[in-house]
Design a protein around this ligand. Structure first.
Ligand SMILES: *Cc1c(COP(=O)(O)O)cnc(C)c1O
Length: 440
């Protein structure tokens, strides 16, 4: 065991004794890249510091929420003041009203309901869609992640149009029998699924721009196509912006303007909680009116709209101005360029894709694939994974914390400064050589 991971390793042993795999969410265990997961002790701006005292430029940002960087002084002050007033009452409070207003002002949704995690948001949106349409089936896309909702943990079978098979033990066939899993960006598959099951489909759910298989944006106005196909068939279109919402633009992927048909329902999370558990689903007023207590579709939560979480989210969103988004775009572009240059110099074939400031690198198998757009899960899967693992560890050893999996987006914060960019540039040239040393 090396000295610089001694305390993380000791904590990981203790954690493994009381928690499955030593972590409370699987990706944190470093299984995809190997090695000892780092236990973080503090964060400040664009940096995080582990229990052994190693400091990293953070390009995970808690998987998205830390848009402004860690321990932002204004967010911290607002949270401390909120905590001092009491942490939960189980009654409505003012901050949740203001966060709701902020979300409605930034996005196409008319009304919003706050929950505590992205999983709860998508689960509740599906229930509402099924309740509102009186239909059972849901269409989702392979490689899109919507949290660990049973019905959405389905895998595609062998044909193009198959009813989902459980993607994990513990999810029953009955639960996924109403889930249709299709290849992403495949309009013909969607058309065929509606031809076969049209009058049974309650909703199509998709990530507005997938970021959970690496960044694989929609092509050919796929979201508008989905929205229109749903409308023509009496189904609802659910756009999951839990990752992209309030990150890519002040609204999310929607704000880039490439989609023109507003989704019937949307889901949000991550950035809107400012590092606390807060998420939401929202949409057309007539649909949202079907939720209890106004309507009959039941949905509830003891800590929903928690005053501390909503204060953190509200303060974060109010500080996330147009200038902040412009800066995030510039930072993301710079990191893509310097990492891309390092990989090119080392002769590592790669492809980088982005949706605004959300981006990722694919360590493709050969230089022929560098110019071939990755449009679905099958394409994203064709990577030299050991090369990413080598790259990841060299970056880590040189002070940059990347997602510990090749199938994740990289997240920037507004706190990334020139010093951090210099650290990334230096680390990337070492890491690119480490990746190059891995044989295909
Ligand atoms: C993270 C994520 C979720 C799940 O959110 P949790 O808060 O982890 O439950 C859902 N959808 C998308 C697109 C996500 O990225």
């Amino acid at each position: 065991m090396s000295d610089h991971t001694k305390l993380s390793a000791a904590l990981f042993d203790r954690a493994s004794a009381v928690t499955p795999g030593g972590v409370n969410s699987p990706v944190r265990a470093f299984r995809a890249v190997g090695g000892v997961p780092r236990f973080m002790a503090s964060g400040d701006g664009c940096h995080i510091t582990d229990v052994d005292g190693n400091t990293y430029v953070d390009l995970v940002c808690s998987w998205g929420p830390m848009l402004l960087g860690h321990a932002h002084p204004e967010v911290t002050a607002a949270v401390q003041a909120a905590v001092g007033r009491g942490t939960s009452y189980g009654t409505p409070t003012q901050p949740e009203v203001e966060l709701g207003e902020e979300i409605v002002a930034r996005t196409p949704v008319d009304k919003v309901r706050l929950v505590s995690s992205g999983t709860e948001a998508t689960m509740s949106a599906l229930r509402l869609a099924r309740g509102a349409t009186g239909r059972a089936k849901i269409v989702k896309f392979a490689g899109c992640y919507h949290g660990h909702v049973d019905a959405l943990l389905a895998q595609a079978g062998s044909g193009v149009i198959t009813l989902g098979i459980p993607g994990t033990p513990g999810v029953t066939e009955a639960t996924t029998a109403d889930t249709i899993v299709l290849p992403y960006n495949d309009q013909a598959a969607v058309t065929q699924a509606f031809a076969q099951y049209g009058d049974q489909i309650a909703a199509v759910i998709t990530e507005a721009s997938p970021g959970n298989m690496g960044v694989v944006p929609p092509v050919g106005h796929f979201n508008d196509f989905l929205a229109r196909t749903c409308k023509d068939n009496g189904a609802l279109f659910i756009s999951d912006e839990v990752m992209t919402g309030f990150r890519i633009t002040r609204s999310g992927f929607w704000g880039l303007g490439s989609d023109t048909v507003a989704p019937d329902l949307m889901t949000f999370g991550k950035v809107m909680g400012g590092g606390f558990p807060a998420a939401a689903f929202g949409g057309r007023a007539d649909l949202m009116a079907q939720l209890a207590p106004e309507g009959s579709v039941y949905q509830a939560g003891t800590l929903s709209g928690n005053p501390v979480a909503t204060t953190a989210g509200l303060t974060t969103l109010r500080l996330a101005t147009d200038e902040v988004y412009a800066q995030l775009d510039r930072t993301a572009e710079t990191i893509r360029r310097i990492v891309g240059m390092a990989l090119s110099r080392a002769g590592v074939p790669y492809r980088t894709q982005n949706a605004g400031n959300l981006f990722s690198f694919f360590f493709v198998e050969s230089s022929d694939e560098v110019t071939r757009r990755i449009t679905d899960f099958a394409g994203a899967g064709a990577q030299v994974l050991p090369r990413y693992a080598a790259f990841f560890h060299a970056m880590l050893d040189n002070g940059v914390y990347l997602p510990p999996s090749a199938f994740e987006a990289w997240f920037v914060s507004a706190a990334v400064d020139d010093d951090a960019l210099a650290t990334i540039e230096k680390a990337a040239s070492v890491a690119a050589r480490a990746a190059a040393a891995v044989q295909n």
